[in-house]
Design a protein around this ligand. Structure first.
Ligand SMILES: C[S@@+](CC[C@H](N)C(=O)[O-])C[C@H]1O[C@@H](n2cnc3c(N)ncnc32)[C@H](O)[C@@H]1O
Length: 280
């Protein structure tokens, strides 16, 4: 982004979580805490769950230099929190309406990095199309491949309306995992004139849960950089980090004030279990 854009840089997180997340049974910083270490001018965090929202605000307040205050979005009665310097805003709302609103009202002088890390099928196709129409951003989408494969099967026709709201009416019923990923890349990003690269990921303990990191951009250089990271560094980087956090947990030297470790739940696979043991 720095190489391509001199103006303001914003980070948008559609599904922000609580600030920490879990990999291989180790509690590590999640997307929000990671992003806050980077040199963005503004940060917009969206989190629908009120408990997660409260935890996230408290975590930002405790784990970073930023001091957070609570408020409401004017006239909307939607809880939000903001940092004293105004650079961080956390909204307790559905990203589909919240981020659409931001895309329509925030002006065009900033370049965005938009991270979409959903739980289940919670990203309306309309939101992604709205973001593509705004342009001036790169999008990293943690695409829930297995969720689409299962809910898009013949046996799950009760879920097809939900799948269609995420993928569009023409989604491949009974498709393979590859069908859903390539459909999204071609039919959603491609039709908006965007290019994308994707990386297959699988959960640690089984190949029963697959997701794909789809990175979409209009900048060939950004696509090239991410593709290189996907194929060369990603797996080793994640493995190294998890090892480091495990060591810190064992010695109690966490580097984060309120850090505690959470043991893995045996046999549980919520689809977010690991970035570690993916194929390829
Ligand atoms: C996979 S977690 C996010 C993890 C986070 N990105 C991280 O790296 O730590 C998904 C989060 O999205 C929230 N969520 C689910 N549906 C949402 C929606 N429509 N809008 C905003 N947040 C949503 C959930 O409450 C949950 O905290």
């Amino acid at each position: 982004m720095k190489a391509n854009w001199d103006g303001p840089k914003w980070y948008i997180d559609t599904h922000s979580g609580t600030g920490f997340t879990q990999e291989l049974g180790v509690k590590i910083p999640g997307s929000a805490l990671r992003a806050l270490k980077h040199d963005f001018d503004k940060f917009y965090f969206y989190e629908k769950d009120v408990g997660h929202f409260e935890t996230l605000v408290e975590t930002i307040d405790q784990e970073t230099e930023r001091s957070m205050s609570h408020g409401e979005i004017p006239d909307e009665e939607i809880p939000m929190a903001y940092s004293e310097d105004g650079s961080v805003k956390v909204m307790n709302m559905d990203c589909n309406s919240g981020v659409t609103y931001l895309a329509e009202h925030a002006g065009y002088n900033s370049h965005w990095f938009t991270f979409v890390d959903p739980e289940r099928l919670t990203v309306e196709r309309e939101l992604i199309e709205r973001l593509c129409r705004r342009g001036k951003m790169d999008i990293l989408f943690n695409f829930q491949t297995s969720a689409f494969e299962r809910n898009g099967s013949d046996a799950a026709d009760h879920a097809h309306a939900k799948v269609a709201s995420n993928l569009g009416e023409g989604f491949p019923v009974n498709g393979s995992a590859e069908d859903y990923v390539s459909y999204y890349q071609d039919d959603v990003f491609g039709k908006m004139g965007w290019k994308s690269v994707s990386r297959r990921m699988e959960s640690e303990r089984s190949n029963e849960w697959r997701y794909d990191l789809i990175f979409a951009s209009k900048k060939a250089v950004a696509l090239k950089i991410i593709d290189d990271i996907y194929t060369s560094d990603l797996k080793n980087d994640v493995a190294r980090e998890v090892r480091e956090w495990r060591a810190k947990t064992d010695t109690g030297q966490t580097g984060f004030g309120s850090f505690v470790s959470i043991p893995a739940v045996d046999g549980e696979d919520n689809g977010q279990a690991s970035l570690f043991d993916f194929e390829g």
